[in-house]
Design a protein around this ligand. Structure first.
Ligand SMILES: NC(=O)c1ccc[n+]([C@@H]2O[C@H](COP(=O)([O-])OP(=O)(O)OC[C@H]3O[C@@H](n4cnc5c(N)ncnc54)[C@H](O)[C@@H]3O)[C@@H](O)[C@H]2O)c1
Length: 356
């Protein structure tokens, strides 16, 4: 196995950028590039001198949030459109060397409420992306999947579980089930079947600015609790906050995703993108509390589909992707709070006006 740069991790962003030199002047299409992860990835690809095109419906957030995400001012070409539109996809893939497929109806609770909308975006849309990638001379597609495919892990095991890529998968939500479908469909349609390589990344719980909660969502614990505390409301711990998350910072996730485009060993591989460290929801509240004197927690019911969670086995991403997360959870949460305090307009109006 090739050593990680600097022996201990990905090193600095400079080290990462030197590994991304293969992307210089390469044409990269990022579906969902206007969202949280996509916009951070696009900024990194721009710094690596790739020629980036974003395809995004731009309707996942209120328009006021678009400025926070910065897709329009990133310098990348922004195409406002839908991955389900075959003509749009074909037109964009005619000139693409690489694709990151990150577009999705990306909320567990919303997918449960609207499985039809989720099906259209996450299944039908993915099918169109895969068909068009297979029909064009794309070198590699990185499929963004999710740790939700593990469900609650192995039944009967007490305590937080480490999720390994080869263990059995048991999606517990519509969202997770569609992600697992996308993984299988990618394997069936790309690779040996088409000539286009693929790599699959299972993101754990991504957080970091400018993440803001979506209405009706129970995902994204860091912004939820931080904004509740910022508004002087109690931090609501669903089910007491004993669920475990592997919180991985969006800057780290962007680096892992860009590297998956170029790392040769990643062809036809699936790896976890997490830190390898479990953090309970209650611990997140404890990390936030000193920033918001007088803050307190209350226990609320655990919503359906809210997984008990687990954390990533990180051996495979260290070995194949030669990547490890660099930002620890305490540092990442501190960074999020500093951003939130400096960016009061980030608090969505629907949330500020909602009853506590
Ligand atoms: N945030 C997390 O914790 C997390 C964890 C695991 C996996 N993921 C996955 O990572 C990817 C990015 O998630 P995110 O957190 O940035 O979510 P996000 O909602 O911020 O970004 C998703 C983007 O996809 C776009 N989109 C949705 N449907 C589309 C369509 N039909 N055509 C074009 N664009 C469309 C949305 O407008 C949005 O900008 C998603 O695939 C998500 O499922 C996220």
């Amino acid at each position: 196995m090739p050593a990680l740069p600097n022996g201990t991790g990905n090193g600095t962003e400079e080290t990462v950028l030197s590994r991304l030199a293969k992307l210089r002047e390469a044409r990269v299409l990022v579906t969902g590039g206007g969202g949280l992860v996509g916009s951070r990835l696009v900024a990194l690809l721009q710094r690596a001198d790739a020629v980036v095109t974003v395809l995004d419906r731009m309707d996942a957030y209120p328009e006021s949030a678009h400025d926070l995400f910065g897709a329009a001012r990133s310098g990348a070409r922004l195409v406002v459109g839908d991955i389900c539109d075959e003509a749009t996809m074909a037109g964009l893939l005619r000139g693409a060397d690489f694709v990151v497929h990150a577009a999705a109806y990306a909320d567990v609770a919303a997918c449960a409420r609207h499985p039809d909308i989720a099906f259209r975006a996450n299944v039908r849309g993915t099918q169109v992306v895969l068909e068009q990638v297979a029909a064009h001379p794309v070198r590699r597609l990185v499929l963004v999947s999710s740790a939700s495919v593990y469900g609650d892990g192995v039944p009967g095991v007490d305590g937080p579980q480490r999720f390994h890529e080869d263990q059995s998968l048991f999606p517990l939500s519509v969202y997770a089930n569609y992600k697992l479908w996308a993984e299988h469909q990618t394997r069936l349609m790309l690779g040996a079947a088409s000539g286009a390589e693929y790599a699959v990344l299972r993101y754990f719980s991504v957080y970091g600015d400018p993440q803001i909660p979506k209405p009706g969502s129970h995902s994204w614990v860091v912004p939820w609790l931080a904004i509740q505390a910022r508004l002087g409301r109690p931090m609501r711990l669903n089910g007491g906050g004993n669920q475990v998350r592997d919180l991985v910072h969006v800057d780290d996730v962007a680096e892992a995703t860009a590297l998956a485009l170029v790392e040769e060993q990643m062809a036809e591989q699936t790896v976890n993108v997490g830190t390898g460290t479990p953090t309970s929801v209650r611990q997140v509240a404890e990390f936030l509390a000193p920033h918001f004197p007088g803050s307190r927690c209350i226990t609320t019911p655990r919503p359906e589909g809210d997984p008990l969670g687990g954390f990533a086995s990180v051996e495979r991403c260290s070995e194949l992707l030669r990547w490890r997360a660099r930002i620890g959870v305490r540092e990442g949460i501190d960074r999020y709070v500093q951003w939130l305090l400096a960016t009061p307009q980030a608090v969505p109006r629907w949330l500020a006006e909602a009853a506590a």
